[in-house]
Design a protein around this ligand. Structure first.
Ligand SMILES: [Zn+2]
Length: 302
């Protein structure tokens, strides 16, 4: 029985790496009831677990009180207008995500981004608001990003696939769009996030778009010049990478083909790593398995 027990333990370790982040969803601004259906919340939270499980940052808690007071500022998912919540309490290693739906303009089916803030109090509290304890977020130039969270919204008039399984013909895959928008919430492609924008060369002669990404991890993953869309917010349309063992168009190019699913690729994760997120290294899984095998072998010899 012992080998079976050990194998089970390994699976648990592999599925929930120590230090993973929690994406805590809040539906209190979902005035149009897009997420009234539990199945939709389940799929969004599955996307949150997928992303949170890949990130190992140690984010400090935001704990207002006394002279330390702040407002979390974000776009109301039901209206698109700026709104705020006073003295939001944010647990350690947690991002708060306000989620909702509305009729998005044009062909957009999702939107997401990090929130901002205003606040006052001790310098240590202001530093936490600015960085969540990530030193690179206070450095000059900034090399890291430690937000409290943000908001995401989904188009109410889109034909969605909310299932865990793959979308059918004519369906837009909700899980794919949630993963894409939550990655924007982490600051990917957001011009006001310096640890991203510092890596964008908007006068590149190497890219037809004129915009190139300079992050070392993503360049290495791409094995060469890595072009962004003109706005610097996405990889160039059609950029390829791998998701697990499978070749796939990167999740953070601008589009999702109807009837298909896209998971985060190695390139998407390398981009997050370049802007300061601590991404679960792929080799760690192998090291963990090797360690587990050795431990199992030792137990068997007894
Ligand atoms: Zn996008």
């Amino acid at each position: 029985m012992l080998p079976g027990l050990a194998a089970g333990l390994l699976l648990i370790l592999a599925g929930s790496p120590a230090g993973a982040l929690t994406l805590q969803f809040d539906y209190s601004f979902d005035a149009l009831g897009f997420f009234d259906d539990q199945a939709r919340r389940d799929r969004l939270e599955a996307a949150g677990n997928l992303i949170g499980g890949l990130l190992l940052d140690d984010l400090d808690a935001i704990t207002p009180g006394g002279v330390n007071s702040w407002n979390a500022v974000f776009f109301d998912p039901a209206t698109g207008l700026q709104t705020s919540v006073a003295d939001l309490v944010v647990p350690a290693d947690t991002l708060i995500v306000y989620a909702g739906g509305r009729d998005l303009p044009g062909t957009a089916i999702g939107e997401g981004g990090p929130g901002g803030f205003s606040g006052g109090g001790f310098q240590s509290f202001l530093d936490t608001l600015n960085s969540r304890g990530e030193p690179g977020a206070l450095a000059n130039p900034e090399t890291d990003f430690g937000p409290w969270g943000g908001s995401i919204t989904f188009d109410t008039l889109t034909t969605w696939n909310f299932d865990a399984g793959l979308p059918g013909a004519g369906e837009n895959d909700f899980l794919s769009v949630a993963l894409h928008e939550l990655t924007h919430l982490l600051g990917f492609g957001i011009p006001i996030v310096d640890s991203w924008q510092n890596l964008v060369d908007a006068a590149s002669a190497s890219c037809a778009t004129g915009t190139e990404f300079l992050g070392a991890n993503a360049i290495a993953e791409n094995a060469g010049t890595l072009c962004l869309e003109t706005d610097g917010g996405h990889w160039e349309e059609g950029t390829q990478s791998v998701a697990g063992p499978s070749p796939q168009e990167a999740a953070l190019d601008p589009t999702l083909t109807v009837g298909t699913r896209k998971l985060l690729t190695d390139l998407d994760l390398a981009g997050l790593q370049d802007m300061g997120w601590v991404v679960v290294p792929e080799p760690a899984t192998l090291a963990l398995l090797a360690l587990g095998t050795a431990w199992l072998g030792a137990r068997r010899r007894r």
